[in-house]
Design a binder for this molecule. Structure first.
Ligand SMILES: Nc1ncnc2c1ncn2[C@@H]1O[C@H](COP(=O)(O)OP(=O)(O)O)[C@@H](O)[C@H]1O
Ligand SMILES: [Mg+2]
Length: 331
């Protein structure tokens, strides 16, 4: 029987060597599309989640995140396109793949009058692939992992929102997982609960688990993400490492000068676009221009430069640009 004193962590998964031949991606979709009647919820999506990544799947409400996740998990049939998890095509490889994938799509139904542990016992018993003899061990490990061991005996209804969400993640962790797919795990949480969940995701990732986490709030997940994918109206509008997505913004050059017209000529000649002047200076989209070259050219043209700056948009600004108005970045 399970030895309750035995501790194990969900360590970095050993390379399984199964079905991994095609690439190093934990999640891949090609042309993934879902239509509901005339409405296109997900439009030709090419998702790329590298193994080991914490991938922030971001976009406003209604942009297609949940529909994508449901297709990944085989809960919804795509209209077109293909998807694979851990190198295994879905639905053909679903049985093998999904055993290695933990998910939180819509919070599992927990019984309010049962303790956290008793709820996990019920869920574990429902997993036909799980060995009932090692149930207690699995449950203790999952409770440990989310920091709920001490509160395991409390009734679910006495849990804070953060504890409830951590229990939901514990349920996703009952079996060792290579990939966790979490749909809006911080939804409805207060700042404390959000922090708890964020820290938990960070520590799972540092153990080597790949995490795909969706959110309509950039600020809630951005700090822990190695990669970002930004959705707008069913389409991916930016995807890459966090640094790449950050670098995708238009850089603005600002020159303070008493000769704005002459400065504008120089910038235009050098290839800057959207050049606009004001009585005190000029601003333009810098494109690939090197600041050193711009300053040298301005000076050579006899422009008296009083101030010079390159403005890179904040990630927040970039998201508003990418996703349109109404993207709630304030938290
Ligand atoms: N079962 C469904 N039937 C009809 N429309 C749906 C269904 N599920 C989602 N949609 C629509 O698809 C779009 C994307 O929804 P969803 O994937 O839930 O977005 P998100 O998770 O980013 O908020 C929305 O316009 C939504 O109304
Ligand atoms: Mg959703």
């Amino acid at each position: 029987m399970a030895d309750p004193t035995r501790r194990a962590t969900l360590g970095a998964p050993a390379p399984s060597g199964r079905g991994d031949a095609d690439d190093s991606l934990a999640v891949r979709t090609d042309g993934l599309t879902k239509r509901f009647g005339h409405q296109v919820a997900v439009d030709s999506l090419d998702l790329r989640v590298p193994r080991g990544a914490v991938y922030g799947f971001l976009g406003p409400n209604g942009s297609g995140k949940t529909t994508t996740i449901r297709m990944l998990l085989g809960l919804v049939e795509p209209t077109a396109g293909s998807r694979s998890l851990l190198g295994l095509p879905i639905p053909q490889g679903a049985t093998e793949a999904l055993h290695r994938v933990g998910s939180l799509v819509e919070g599992p139904a927990f019984h309010p009058y049962l303790s956290g542990r008793a709820n996990l016992v019920r869920l574990d018993a429902a997993d036909l692939l799980a060995d009932p003899r090692t149930s207690a061990e699995r449950i203790d490990r999952a409770l440990d992992r989310v920091g709920l061991r001490a509160a395991a005996g409390k009734r679910y209804r006495a849990y804070s929102l953060g504890m409830r969400q951590r229990l939901a993640i514990a349920a996703a962790l009952l079996a060792p997982r290579d990939l966790l797919v979490l749909d809006e795990p911080t939804n409805g949480l207060d700042p404390q609960g959000t922090r708890e969940v964020r820290n938990l995701i960070g520590s799972l990732a540092s153990d080597g688990t790949t995490v795909l986490v969706s959110s309509h709030l950039l600020s809630e997940v951005e700090q822990i993400c190695t990669h970002l994918g930004v959705m707008r109206e069913g389409r991916m509008v930016a995807q890459g490492t966090t640094a790449e997505v950050r670098g995708a913004g238009v850089v603005t050059v600002r020159v303070e000068t008493g000769q704005p017209e002459r400065a504008a000529e120089v910038l235009t000649r050098m290839g800057a676009t959207s050049v606009s002047t004001s009585p005190t200076g000029v601003r333009a989209d810098a494109g690939d221009l090197e600041p050193e070259a711009v300053v040298a050219e301005l000076v050579r043209a006899g422009v008296g430069v009083r101030g010079f700056a390159l403005d890179r948009p904040s990630l927040e600004d970039l998201f508003v640009t990418l996703t349109g108005e109404g993207f709630d970045v304030s938290g």
